[in-house]
Write a protein that binds this ligand. Structure first.
Ligand SMILES: [Zn+2]
Length: 786
């Protein structure tokens, strides 16, 4: 990294070997990084044009009328993020066309900037009506939702990337002009607002590193210290409920939080302020031992896109935003750079290969925002989102992956991740060419060649992954069922050597010569992972992991495309099998389990043996929407058996909305825990309100029915659905709908079946008419008829 003259000399004790010094050409990451550069970046640029994000800048520049602006004031940041990604990509592989299109975007951005440096298209274009998130006064609503400082943060990250990759200062000049204004307004003018969505803290630290301008670092620190000072109303949602150094638990919006912890690490490294470090150390322990999914995903709940309570891990409604996974990588990498401990890389690797990678489809043009660990088919990657944060974040993240492979600290060379590559590292003792050959993550053999330009003494620290030492994660949130530990043999030039294990690294401290070769074989066995018993959602279940890769069962590989009904005993033996032409080449796990189904008039489940096949979790949902499960039940209690054939299940379902997945939820015989249970599908009419709606079962033959049981969906107080204003049951008589003669009263209650018995009718169809409440919609979990 080029440092400006006079730049600081205090920084992280450990420095990454930056991605431009690491040439990755393996079978796993290199194709993904290439897809990102060749497909995703041009695709996202095109989408930014189509959706009006580029026009926002033209409007602010006065070159277009300020009409029909896009949806969110943070839409500017998508342009910055894709420029950041494109800049990294340009460094890896020259692309003159992309270079030119970035240059022309930067010109437009410059024209949208106000003379004093302010850059925020939603205000500058002077729309007829200001977006409701924006105050007439600059910065005033940033603590809430205006995202003025958020956009600036992404601008700085992009500007530094663009400058370091291309040597051009065009975007950097725009960034420093903007940062100088913010220095003036906040550091000098003492504007009392904290950034509502963090990211400017890391952006300013980067800007400080390349310019050496101390005010940028002071401003980053100002933005941390102003949080929770009691002068502007704060909240847990934006981690402004108390001073950052007094925060010891992860709360609120997960992306904001993890960006802030990353920013605290940066400022601590650059200033030496230990109080930030003790806060993020405590928060890290809280996350890793109580609030992180097995995928490495963070943020359990969609309400506020936030961290849940300790051990709260709903699998189907899991949020685990792709942005939060990316932020979790940033944060854990910074924790490693501070502490030199491999456990941070263990967490980072888990996110990288699982919860982050699942965010993007193998074709590079479909994306997940939440990354659930179970599905009935309601989840599908999208081509775009109105809020496109995760998509543009993927474009900037992917090319940075090679930058996480090595790091250095004086004469210590860290080997953190395993992928075939060649890298140049400059240690105080000597320059070293270091390279790896491996088929990781599918095979455990890793060969590291160490080629110093002259004989020299230094330490190579090779990470022994936690999973290879039978540790699923640091702490006791997840553990392997079988913890037979094998000593990992390391060979030097063909001979096994003794080594010392320090903070998760095998330390090889010696005099190195040209052509020295380290060989290691990590034990890639199939592990069954168990969750801490406080995690009620994973009780009686286990997950499959092999090496760093987490597995799942997916519909297309199983009978009737169903997996929610499958149980696999924990003792089952699963055999690995590499399938080179399946899902771009994956190791699959094959075994045997049972499919369970219900029967009528008996609580006993029917069980039928069937072959099961587990695929890497990151690769799911590349064959269309369908069922998926990560946590596999080992006994009957945990599975969702296939429904028994009943009148309802044999019926054709229709309703006043036509959404096949919602219709299927009415008779799927999934028993909700309560009205607001989001763990499976339900039917709802949101955002309608105060309308008349209906649901209907059409039987395959004439049936006699005399009872209806309906379970309402109601997500009050935060959601939009409530129990209905009223409802009634009708049956088909000839061509007419006739109300049944009820023998029990109609009730409208939450959290239970509303049962009505009526005089038996012979009919071919039955219907419920539902009157939605005045101000809300209604939803239905399940409807049973007898
Ligand atoms: Zn996002």
């Amino acid at each position: 990294m080029t440092l400006a003259a006079g730049a600081q000399n205090r920084d992280y004790p450990i420095q990454p070997v930056t991605f431009n010094h690491v040439h990755v050409h393996d079978q796993f990451w290199a194709p993904r990084i290439a897809t990102n550069a060749d497909v995703t970046i041009p695709y996202v640029l095109q989408k930014c044009r189509e959706t009006g994000r580029v026009d926002n800048f033209l409007k602010a520049a006065g070159k277009k009328a300020p009409e029909n602006l896009t949806e969110y004031p943070f839409d500017d940041s998508d342009i910055f993020k894709v420029i950041e990604g494109a800049s990294y990509a340009l460094q890896v592989k020259p692309n003159p066309a992309l270079d030119r299109s970035i240059d022309s975007l930067i010109t437009i951005i410059g024209e949208a900037q106000e003379p004093d440096g302010y850059l925020y298209t939603f205000r500058t274009m002077k729309p007829a009506k200001l977006h409701p998130w924006i105050s007439p006064k600059r910065w005033e609503k940033d603590p809430d939702l205006s995202h003025e400082l958020y956009n600036s943060g992404h601008l700085y990250e992009a500007a530094v990337a663009h400058y370091l990759s291309t040597g051009k200062k065009t975007l950097l000049n725009i960034a420093t002009k903007n940062a100088d204004l913010i220095v003036k307004d906040f550091l000098v003018g003492k504007a009392p607002y904290f950034p509502g969505h963090q990211v400017i803290e890391t952006g300013l630290s980067r800007l400080y590193r390349v310019t050496g301008k101390k005010e940028y670092l002071d401003l980053a620190k100002y933005f941390l210290d102003i949080r929770g000072n009691g002068k502007v109303r704060g909240s847990e949602y934006s981690q402004s409920h108390k001073p950052v150094v007094d925060q010891h638990e992860a709360v609120g919006h997960a992306v904001r939080a993890a960006y802030m912890y990353t920013g605290m690490a940066d400022v601590a490294a650059l200033t030496g302020d230990e109080s930030y470090i003790s806060a993020i150390n405590a928060i890290w322990t809280d996350v890793v031992t109580k609030k992180m999914y097995l995928t490495g995903g963070i943020g359990a709940t969609g309400a506020g896109e936030a961290f849940g309570a300790a051990y709260q891990f709903p699998n189907m409604s899991d949020y685990a935003e792709t942005c939060a996974s990316i932020a979790n990588v940033y944060w854990n990498n910074r924790m490693f750079l501070l502490h030199g401990d491999a456990r941070y890389i263990d967490v980072m690797e888990r996110v990288l290969y699982n919860g982050m990678l699942s965010g993007v489809a193998q074709n590079g043009t479909r994306f997940f925002y939440p990354n659930p660990l179970a599905s009935m088919g309601q989840h599908q990657r999208s081509a775009w989102f109105g809020c496109a944060c995760c998509i543009s974040n993927v474009t900037r993240f992917m090319p940075s992956v090679p930058g996480y492979v090595y790091a250095q600290d004086k004469n210590n060379l860290y080997v953190n991740l395993f992928m075939t590559n060649e890298a140049d590292v400059e240690l105080p003792a000597t320059k070293v060419k270091v390279s790896q050959e491996t088929s990781y993550p599918w095979q455990g053999q890793v060969k590291v060649k160490v080629d110093p330009s002259k004989k020299a003494s230094f330490a190579v620290r090779v990470r022994i992954p936690g999973w290879a030492r039978q540790e699923a994660v640091p702490g006791d949130l997840y553990r392997f069922a079988d913890t037979k530990e094998e000593k990992i043999v390391i060979k030097l030039n063909g001979k096994a050597i003794d080594y010392k294990l320090d903070k998760g690294y095998a330390v090889l401290d010696r005099t190195w010569s040209k052509g020295d070769v380290i060989e290691m074989e990590l034990p890639m066995q199939v592990e069954k992972v168990l969750a801490n018993e406080n995690v009620k959602d994973d009780k009686g279940r286990y997950a499959l992991q092999r090496g760093p890769i987490l597995y799942c069962l997916e519909g297309p590989d199983h009978t009737d495309n169903a997996v929610q009904n499958i149980i696999v005993p924990q003792q089952a033996v699963l055999k690995e099998n590499f399938e080179p032409n399946f899902l771009n080449g994956v190791m699959v796990l094959n075994g045997e389990g049972s499919a369970t189904s219900r029967q009528v008039n008996s609580d006993e489940l029917l069980k039928k043996r069937l072959p099961v096949k587990a695929i890497p979790y990151y690769a799911w949902n590349n064959r269309g929407a369908g069922e998926m499960v990560v946590w596999i039940p080992e006994e009957e209690g945990g599975a969702k058996p296939k429904p028994a054939p009943t009148i309802a299940s044999r019926s054709k379902v229709s309703a006043s909305i036509n959404n096949q997945r919602m219709l299927a939820s009415l008779n799927d015989q999934f028993e909700p825990a309560n009205s607001e249970d989001k763990s499976a599908l339900y039917l709802h009419w949101w955002p309608k309100k105060d309308t008349d709606e209906w649901i209907q079962y059409t039987f395959d033959k004439e049936e006699t029915v005399s009872e209806s049981k309906i379970y309402w969906y109601d997500d009050s107080p935060f959601g939009g659905c409530r129990i209905p204003a009223s409802w009634r049951v009708l049956y088909k008589k000839g061509d007419e709908w006739v109300p049944v003669q009820n023998e029990t009263p109609y009730e409208t209650a939450k959290d239970k079946y509303n049962v009505i018995k009526f005089a038996p009718v012979k009919t071919t169809a039955i219907r419920i008419e539902i009157k939605l409440p005045k101000n809300h919609a209604t939803g239905v979990h399940e409807w049973i008829v007898k």
